[in-house]
Design a protein around this ligand. Sequence first.
Ligand SMILES: C[S@@+](CC[C@H](N)C(=O)[O-])C[C@H]1O[C@@H](n2cnc3c(N)ncnc32)[C@H](O)[C@@H]1O
Length: 155
Amino acid sequence: MGIMAYFKDVIADAVKDARIAVELGVEHGESTRIILDSFDGELYSYDVQPPPDIEAPNWHFSDCGGVIGYERWGNKKIDFLFVDTDPHSYEQTYLWCLTWFKKLKVGGISLWHDTSLVRKGVNVRGALLDFAKYHKADLKFIDEDFGMGIMIRED
Ligand SMILES: C[S@@+](CC[C@H](N)C(=O)[O-])C[C@H]1O[C@@H](n2cnc3c(N)ncnc32)[C@H](O)[C@@H]1O
């Protein structure tokens, strides 16, 4: 059983109606496969490493990373965002909130893996809590396993 298996149903339910989905952090492709198995929209995935061996006509992988990917994205709104990027720091997470989260349509769902791990240099949870204080976003956490943040755009 892989590290993402605990959240298979959570991911599947959140992405099922999406037409355009974005994933940050692919590595071996565990979350990628779950997303691709759970919807028939287009998935745009970003990492800074080469892609795993996944063939799907609706999978669009770029190895430019999430920052350059964002700069190239343009104005299209997205329906679903999945984030699981090393090093899972506060600063990196807040950057994804200020950039990719803002690309979500109102009502769009984002999932953030590893919210239960808080230690030096790792704090996805703290960044989401701070972001949700100052922006219209509905935030909750599932604390089992490594944790998952669920943040919905409200405006
Ligand atoms: C924990 S792994 C992702 C695991 C993957 N979600 C899965 O379920 O198999 C974290 C990944 O984040 C990637 N990463 C680090 N910085 C990144 C960035 N700026 N943009 C996109 N991916 C990044 C790393 O290369 C690594 O592959």
